[in-house]
Every structure is written in C-alpha cells, then in structure tokens.
Design a protein. Structure first.
Length: 304
C-alpha cells in the first residue's frame, strides 16, 4: 500500500496506473471486437463474446490491483456471497459519483457477469473509453428532454427501442444489466429542483428497468439491489485517485422479480405503468430508509 506517500504523488501514481491499464487492454479488446464487426454471424459472436468478457474482467481486476496499491479504503460490504457468474442479473444502485462504477466493478467482478451500463450517447466520444464501451456493446442512449420530444415526436420511444435491441443481444450470453434508476448522479441542487420525496435519493425513472424486464425477465435470476454509502461524503473522481476515499459501505440484496411485472407494456398500458411505478417507489422508500440507517450506524463510535 502506497497511500503513505504525499497526496499529489498518490494521485499521479493512481492516474498513471489507470491510464496504462486502459492503454494495455483496450487495443486487445478492439482487435476481437473488430473481428465480430467484420464477421457478424451468430457462431462468431458466440465464440468471441466470452473472449471480450474475459478481457474486460481482466481489465477490471487490474483496476482493483492499482486501487489496492494506492487506496487505504475500509470496505464494509455485505450481501455479495453466493452470487452466480453464470446467471443473468438486473442490477440497481443509487448513484452519487463516477466512483460508484469502480466500486461496483471492484466488488462484483467475476462474482456476476460483466456489468453492462446504459450510457449517454455523447460519451461515445470520450477518448479510448468510448471505443471500449462500443466494443463491449454498452447501449448508447439519446436522453431527450420533454420539450425536445414535444417538438420532435418521432424521437419518442427511440431509447426504448435501443433498450429492447440491447437486451436481445444480452440474452445470448450471461449478462448483468446495470440500471441507475435516478438516471443521473445525486446532488443537493438536483434533489431540490426535483422536490424529491426521498431524503437521500432523486426520483426514480422506471422506464428502462421496465423495458429490460419486458425483454428478458425470464432470463434474470434476480434483481440485485445495491446501496452505496460514503460516510464521509461522496468522493469526486479526483478525490478517489488522490486516495481520499477512506470508507465505503455497500449492501447488496437479491430480490425476486415479481411475476406480474415481467411482462407488460410500460409505455402504452397506464395500469401496468402505475403498478410498476408503485413497486419502484416502494423499492426506493426502502433504499432511502436503509441509507439513513447506514449513515447513522457509521456515525456511531466503533467498538475496539
């Protein structure tokens, strides 16, 4: 562990190791992704996809390596025992920081299939990483505002179609579909603007989860409900690289998927949409209360 070094040196070392890790694995990833692009046949896909997943999991494992070298984080984790790397999962988590993604990958890598995130379309232009997300077939979403959709009604439903097509591909090989129900990172400004009824969460957006369940609900073994709490406050990515994430609390619970919510037209059936929204809101109330309990427990003096 090198966290005893001065903070600027820890930051420089962590950044260097992260970049070198990216530059090592991404070119290898792109070679095999290009083969799949040139030969778009199902047998080729079934052969190459496990190779791509192995590369991605190795990349994440190396991330865990440099994190362990440069961080002094205390990990308080419960609920990751007994997961199955050969099953399908729908993973849900609260969202506070870009660091959430590294936390999830570090804890769940090779315990469940590779997490596949729904990514904003403009992030495809992020140098190197955009190509990596494309190679791993992360779905890119165009999230239009309601004002834009009123002016361009032909674009309504495009994201749902992207979700459906992505889920058809995910059904071919064990996959973990990752959903941040809030749709964006929590900030006090966003919380106030939304007038969110939850203390620690933004309002959930249930449409993406509903579409994923509709497309492949019979594949998912469970919903993994993940709650991340940073007792000292959510770190920025810069703070994380500088070794200033001292403690993180994570709770994971596997929830059964309600049978009546696996199939239904969320966009077109008002009754189904109301039922699904009620279920999500209860999930969110439970998570909000759990976050309060975890923060209170973290503030109590620890026994020696």
């Amino acid at each position: 562990m090198l966290n005893f070094l001065p903070t600027p040196l820890v930051f420089a070392l962590a950044t260097l190791l992260m970049v070198l890790n990216i530059l090592f694995w991404v070119p290898i990833l792109l070679v095999f992704a290009s083969l799949k692009l040139v030969l778009p046949f199902k047998p080729v896909r079934l052969f190459i996809d496990p190779i791509l997943l192995f590369i991605a999991e190795s990349w994440i494992a190396c991330n865990s390596g440099w994190m362990g070298l440069t961080q002094k984080t205390v990990w308080d984790v419960q609920g990751i025992e007994g997961l199955d790397a050969a099953s399908w999962y729908l993973v849900n988590c609260n969202h506070q920081s870009w660091v959430d993604i590294l936390v999830l990958q570090h804890l769940l890598n090779r315990r469940i299939p590779l997490l596949k995130f729904f990514i904003k379309q403009q992030l495809i232009w992020v140098p190197v990483m955009g190509l990596a997300w494309w190679a791993l077939e992360f779905p890119f979403m165009r999230r239009h505002s309601e004002d834009y959709l009123r002016k361009h009604p032909e674009m309504r439903g495009k994201d749902q179609e992207t979700t459906r097509k992505a889920c058809e591909k995910f059904a071919l090989i064990p996959t973990s579909v990752m959903s941040f129900l809030e749709g964006t990172r929590f900030t006090t400004e966003k919380h106030a603007k939304q007038q969110s009824p939850y203390r620690h969460l933004l309002k959930p957006k249930a449409g993406g989860m509903a579409m994923a369940l509709n497309a492949m609900g019979d594949k998912f073994q469970a919903i993994l409900d993940v709650t991340i709490v940073y007792p000292e406050g959510a770190p920025t990515f810069t703070h994380f690289l500088a070794g200033r994430m001292n403690r993180v609390v994570v709770r994971v619970r596997a929830l059964p998927i309600p049978a009546h919510l696996q199939q239904g037209d969320y966009a077109g059936d008002a009754i189904f949409r109301a039922e699904f929204s009620q279920w999500v809101q209860q999930l969110w109330r439970d998570k909000d209360a759990q976050i309060s309990d975890l923060l209170l427990a973290s503030a109590l003096p620890q026994r020696p």
